[in-house]
Design a protein around this ligand. Structure first.
Ligand SMILES: Cc1ncc(C[n+]2csc(CCOP(=O)(O)OP(=O)(O)O)c2C)c(N)n1
Ligand SMILES: [Mg+2]
Length: 365
C-alpha cells in the first residue's frame, strides 16, 4: 500500500488553496455553501449521536468524522434519481439526500428509519461487509436493461475489498458493463486492521484494472476533488464514449478520526500522533478556508450556519426520541409476503404486546 500522495486527484491543498493547474468544478455559490453546510451538519450529527450514545439513549454508532468531504462531495455529484448503496458509516450521503429523525431512529433500534431511506433512493444500510456490492451491480444492470439513465453508487470500506462479494461484483460489472460507481472509502483502518495489511496492491484503485475498467485515486478529504471525480464517473456510467466501459472504481483516501464504533477503543491499536497528522487535512477546515479566501463565507455567515445546524440536530434528536414505537415493524420490509414461520412469530409477538400493553412490554423486555 502506497503512502505516496502524488497520484491523488486533488483540487484544494491542505490549507484550502487551489492546487496549481487544478480544474475547479464550476459550481454556483449556493451549491458551494450547501456542501459546506452539509459537511458541518454531518459532523454535528455525528458528535451528537456519540454524545447521546454515551448517555444510553442510542445503540452502537459508527462515527463518520473525517469522512464528510468524501460523502457530501460525492453525493452532490448525483442526480436525485441516482441510487446510493452504502455500508454504515456514510451519514454524510444521507444528510445530502434528506436527513430526518427517522434515520436516527434506526440507530435507536427501529427498522422504520432504515426502510424510509428507499424514498430517497438510498438502499438500506448494510452491515454485512461487501454484501451490497453485488446488489448495486444487479440494480444497475436491471436499470440499464430497462433503458434508464441512472447511476448506482456503491460505498464500502478498504476492508470490504478483501471480500469475495467485492471481486464478484466488480467482475460482473466489467463483463456486463453496468452503470455502477464503486466508491471505496479508504479510511486506513478496518476496525483494528490497517490498510497495509488489507492488500499487497500499491493502491485500492488499481484493482479496477484487473476487471477492465478505470480506477481513480482521489483525496477523500477534498470535497471539490471528490465531487469532480464522482461527477465524471456518473457521467461515464450514463453515457460512455465508444471505447469506455461504464463502471469506475474510486478510491477516496481519508482517515477515520474516531473509534470504529462506540464499541471500540482505538487507543489499543493505533497511535494518536497518526490521527493528529491526518487532521491536518480536515475537509471542513480546508473547504471553509477556500470559501473564505474566495469571498463566499465570513465569520458571521459561518456562525449563522452553525446555529442553524445545532438547532436542526437538536430537533432531530427530540423527534426521534418522541416517535411512536412499533416493535412489530421488525417483521416488515424483509419479505413482500411473510413466510409462514415468521407469520406465526409475528402473531405470537402481537398477542404478547396486546397482553402487556406496548409501554410495559418495551419497559420489561
Ligand atoms: C461479512 C462480514 N465480516 C465481518 C464483519 C465484522 N466487521 C464489521 S465492520 C468490519 C470492518 C470493515 O472495515 P471497512 O470495510 O474498512 O469499513 P470501515 O468500518 O472502515 O468504514 C468488520 C470486519 C461484518 N460485519 N461482515
Ligand atoms: Mg476502513
Amino acid at each position: 500500500m502506497t503512502t505516496d500522495d502524488t497520484e491523488l486527484v486533488r483540487i484544494l491543498d491542505e490549507d484550502g488553496a487551489v492546487v496549481e493547474g487544478a480544474d475547479v468544478p464550476d459550481l454556483d455559490d449556493e451549491t458551494l455553501l450547501g456542501i459546506y453546510r452539509d459537511m458541518r451538519l454531518t459532523r454535528e450529527f455525528d458528535r451528537k449521536a456519540i454524545s447521546i450514545q454515551r448517555q444510553g439513549r442510542l445503540g452502537t454508532f459508527a462515527s463518520a468524522a473525517g469522512h464528510e468531504g468524501a460523502q457530501v462531495g460525492s453525493t452532490y455529484a448525483l442526480a436525485d434519481d441516482d441510487w446510493i448503496l452504502y455500508q454504515y458509516r456514510e451519514h454524510g450521503a444521507v444528510v445530502v439526500r434528506d436527513l430526518d429523525s427517522s434515520y436516527l431512529e434506526y440507530w435507536m433500534g427501529h427498522e422504520r428509519g432504515n426502510a424510509a431511506l428507499a424514498d430517497d433512493n438510498v438502499f438500506p444500510l448494510n452491515i454485512t461487509i461487501a454484501d451490497h456490492i453485488p446488489h448495486g451491480v444487479g440494480m444497475a444492470w436491471a436499470s440499464k436493461l430497462k433503458g434508464e439513465e441512472k447511476a448506482f453508487v456503491v460505498h464500502f470500506g478498504d476492508g470490504a475489498t478483501s471480500e469475495g462479494d467485492f471481486h464478484e461484483g466488480l467482475n460482473f460489472a466489467g463483463v456486463f458493463d453496468t452503470p455502477t460507481v464503486f466508491f471505496c472509502n479508504n479510511n486506513q483502518w478496518a476496525i483494528s486492521v490497517p490498510a497495509e495489511r488489507q492488500t499487497a496492491s500499491a493502491t485500492f484503485a488499481q484493482k479496477a484494472e484487473a476487471y477492465g475498467f478505470e480506477g481513480v485515486r482521489v483525496d477523500g478529504m477534498d470535497p471539490l476533488a471528490v465531487y469532480a471525480v464522482t461527477r465524471d464517473a456518473v457521467e461515464k456510467a450514463k453515457s460512455p464514449e465508444e471505447d469506455e466501459l461504464r463502471p469506475t472504481l474510486i478510491e477516496a483516501v481519508m482517515y477515520r478520526y474516531g473509534a470504529h464504533t462506540t464499541a471500540d477503543d482505538p487507543t489499543v491499536y493505533r497511535d494518536e500522533a497518526e490521527v493528529e497528522r491526518w487532521k491536518q487535512r480536515d475537509p471542513i477546515r480546508r473547504f471553509e478556508a477556500y470559501l473564505e479566501g474566495t469571498g463566499r463565507l465570513d465569520a458571521e455567515r459561518a456562525a449563522a450556519i452553525e446555529a442553524e445546524i445545532e438547532e436542526r440536530v437538536a430537533a432531530i434528536v427530540e423527534a426521534a426520541e418522541d416517535a411512536e414505537r412499533n416493535p412489530a415493524e421488525m417483521f416488515d420490509d424483509a419479505y413482500a409476503e411473510l413466510p409462514d414461520e415468521l407469520r406465526t412469530q409475528r402473531e405470537a409477538f402481537l398477542s404478547l404486546l396486546d397482553e402487556y400493553g406496548d409501554e410495559a412490554f418495551l419497559r420489561d423486555h
